[in-house]
Design a protein around this ligand. Structure first.
Ligand code: ASP
Length: 339
């Protein structure tokens, strides 16, 4: 009975999407291979990733810097392969983020920071730009890859955001891979937390992981995953699992993933604001992203990666650096940390 209902709902959703697509596309959406208004050719696929923005010291040793860049390059190559082969932007975003979640260097999945109680709570979200479908999870404690569970919320539940114990019960039903809290232990995160306690500093964010992609089917997707703030208390949740703040995707405009001070990203609905500037203000992705990150937020708040339906990529940040990478069908493939 429940399965039957779900299937019916799925069919209805599919029909709704077809209806919307037919209603919107004729006469207004140019074919994928038509040139952009600017005369630059449209790209068949494009992907941008981020793995955190902030004070990233330039004096970091060469080996450490290279390890981070290599890891970003490997993550980017996963997305590149999927998109090159005609895979979906959703798959590219999810697989790239699973790779970063499994890498202890970044604050997502395995490398998640310590909270005030010495544990780890993880958040993630994903959005499909073709139909506004989205899913998010917050405060997970035993799920190895939060981005995969966020996708399950999107595709296998009628909900958008599940948190805490409820999200863990949903994970039981989905059968996703589980781990103990020890899995998230890393020496560098422990030292970071202890140092913060010693200095009695405010909870701080050493990053997040995010990906945005355009596929050959001209669909956009965005996803974000994080361990949140070091030393966070009271089950605080930032912007990463908040659709419209840390993650947003709409085929009509762009896909965006943010990293930085979560509360600011929620206050200013950063992801949606960039999309709205494009939709209602006719701004380009780069211009809209600069408006929000450089002129609406304050210096030091963070950054975003974004891609539009023509394959234009924006990587804008108001911090010293942002771990990032971009690749597209023209042969572009680059990773960087500082400006
Ligand atoms: N935005 C993330 C959060 O608030 C943290 C970060 O990106 O550094 O949880």
């Amino acid at each position: 009975m429940a399965d039957g209902m779900r299937e019916t709902r799925g069919i209805l959703r599919h029909c709704l999407f077809l209806t919307l697509t037919l209603a919107v596309v004729p006469g207004c959406a140019p074919p994928p291979d038509a040139p952009q208004a600017s005369g630059t050719p449209r790209l068949e696929w494009a992907i941008a990733i981020q793995a955190g923005a902030g004070v990233i010291s330039r004096s970091v040793d060469e080996a450490n810097r290279q390890e981070h860049l290599d890891s970003l390059g490997k993550a980017l190559a996963i997305g590149q392969r999927i998109l090159q082969d005609g895979g979906t932007s959703l798959d590219a975003v999810e697989q790239v983020l699973i790779y970063i979640e499994d890498d202890p260097r970044f604050n997502a999945g395995r490398g998640a920071v310590y909270n005030h109680d010495g544990g780890h709570e993880l958040d993630a979200s994903i959005m499909d730009g073709s139909n506004h479908a989205c899913g998010a999870v917050a405060g997970l404690t035993t799920v190895k890859n939060p981005i995969a569970l966020a996708r399950d919320v999107m595709e296998k539940s009628p909900h958008v955001l599940l948190a805490g114990a409820g999200a863990e019960r949903f994970a039981d039903e989905m059968g996703v891979e589980r781990v103990t809290q020890e899995y998230f232990h890393t020496e560098h995160r422990l030292r970071q937390w202890q140092e913060m306690l010693r200095r009695e500093a405010d909870p701080d964010a050493p990053g997040t992981a995010g990906a945005v992609a355009l596929d050959r089917h001209v669909n956009l997707a965005a996803g974000t995953s994080t361990g949140g703030l070091t030393d966070k208390r009271f089950e605080q949740i930032g912007d990463s699992p908040i659709i419209g703040a840390g993650t947003y995707a709409d085929n009509a405009t762009c896909a965006v993933s943010g990293t930085g001070k979560g509360e600011e990203y929620i206050r200013f609905a950063v992801g949606h604001r960039i999309s709205a500037l494009m939709a209602y203000g006719g701004r380009s992705l780069q211009d809209a992203a600069e408006e929000v990150i450089l002129r609406t937020l304050r210096e030091g708040d963070g950054g975003i990666v974004g891609v539009d339906r023509d394959g234009n990529i924006a990587m804008v940040f108001n911090t010293e650096g942002m771990f990032r990478g971009a690749a597209d069908s023209s042969g572009r493939f680059e990773v960087a940390i500082w400006k």
